[in-house]
Write a protein that binds this ligand. Sequence first.
Ligand SMILES: NC(=O)c1ccc[n+]([C@@H]2O[C@H](COP(=O)([O-])OP(=O)(O)OC[C@H]3O[C@@H](n4cnc5c(N)ncnc54)[C@H](O)[C@@H]3O)[C@@H](O)[C@H]2O)c1
Ligand SMILES: O=C(O)CC[C@@H](O)C(=O)O
Length: 400
Amino acid sequence: MTRIVLFENIHASAREVFEAAGFDDITTHASALPPEMLRDELRDADLVGIRSRTHLDGALLADLPQLRAIGCFCIGTNQVDLEAAMMRGMPVFNAPFSNTRSVAEMVLGQAILLLRRIPEKNDRVHHGFWDKTAQGAYEARGKTLGIVGYGNIGSQVGTLAEAVGMRVLFHDIEAKLPLGNARACTTLKQLLAQSDVVTLHVPGGRGTRNIIDAEALAAMRKGAILINASRGTVVDIDALRQALEAGHLSGAAIDVFPTEPKSVDEPLDSPLIGMRNVILTPHIGGSTQESQENIGKEVAEKLVRFIQSGTTKGAVNFPEVPYIEPAGAARILHVHRNLPGAMGTLSSLMAEHGLNIVSQQLQTLGQIGYVVSDVEGKVDDAVMADLRAHPITVRCDLLD
Ligand SMILES: NC(=O)c1ccc[n+]([C@@H]2O[C@H](COP(=O)([O-])OP(=O)(O)OC[C@H]3O[C@@H](n4cnc5c(N)ncnc54)[C@H](O)[C@@H]3O)[C@@H](O)[C@H]2O)c1
Ligand SMILES: O=C(O)CC[C@@H](O)C(=O)O
């Protein structure tokens, strides 16, 4: 019996995929859980589905040896210790572009609203002031949008922004094909110095921590706007507050925070609360009906394919073995340390137990190798115990 636990209000389309594949032991939670409750809830789970608020660190994964695979029902996977998961033989799947368009549309909308100072005007009208002034309100047409991180979302934002007449610059650590009339900036500083609106679309993690700090904010144009719908760790929020208070920036839109509430009842704690020229949203850049339904389906399908056939196509931390038609009496999924002679050792172990290999597919990634073997012969508990006990083995599972 496969036990599936889904957190953070994952769309019902995921459950539909699991049920259609014959899995009905599915527990769903509307929010993320605190660490101790999370550990208890996952103790006998085979598959787990999370979004961005559930953290699966190395210590937790070490306590969950039965967990077979992890589904991140989102783009970002920085909430999971990917290396620890790999070294325990757990592939991690995500939906790399199912919510790209949703984020891009929100960012363009925010840029236009902030250029027109709509958040402040909205607040004024709600408080009884008919402040009908054009001061500080600008068209998007002809303004420069600077995109930091020109990947799936960044490049999509650039395409939409050109459609309303913005000039697009981007900075990326990798060489990227510029779409439309977008132009690359070699350094972040060059981009910051020329942009009226700066939008961030880099991954989270050590390499991007506080890349927008006090110095970067000072390098932005006076009156510029900052938008962050990437990860909360990318911006030094205290420095941003100072830049806004000092009037150096005219506005900001922040969708992601260094620490985010785990549920709807927990309030956000942020120095930006109460600033009328700042749009604060609860990490909903990718949250649309369209995207969540697609993500639910896409990630659930990847998990089902893995649990039924062992395929790891699309895993972000694991050697990718494509779908292989089953042949033979049983399929053995073997994850091993990627050392010279590992395959020979595995073949000898199988031969010792009288197993004949009908089909075999090996892929390696860094420190591990992953082999899907279809075999003839009797694969009983003793065979599996021997395979699991061998020092080269990281993990070994049987599909039949
Ligand atoms: N707010 C939301 O709801 C939401 C939704 C989806 C994705 N996201 C986040 O958006 C971000 C981007 O997603 P994506 O799908 O476009 O990712 P992507 O991998 O397609 O693109 C990221 C780009 O950033 C570049 N990059 C990495 N480090 C950089 C650096 N220091 N400076 C400049 N460029 C750098 C990479 O080379 C890559 O081109 C991720 O952090 C993701 O988690 C947020
Ligand atoms: O749905 C979420 O919680 C995360 C959304 C977004 O940040 C992503 O990484 O796709």
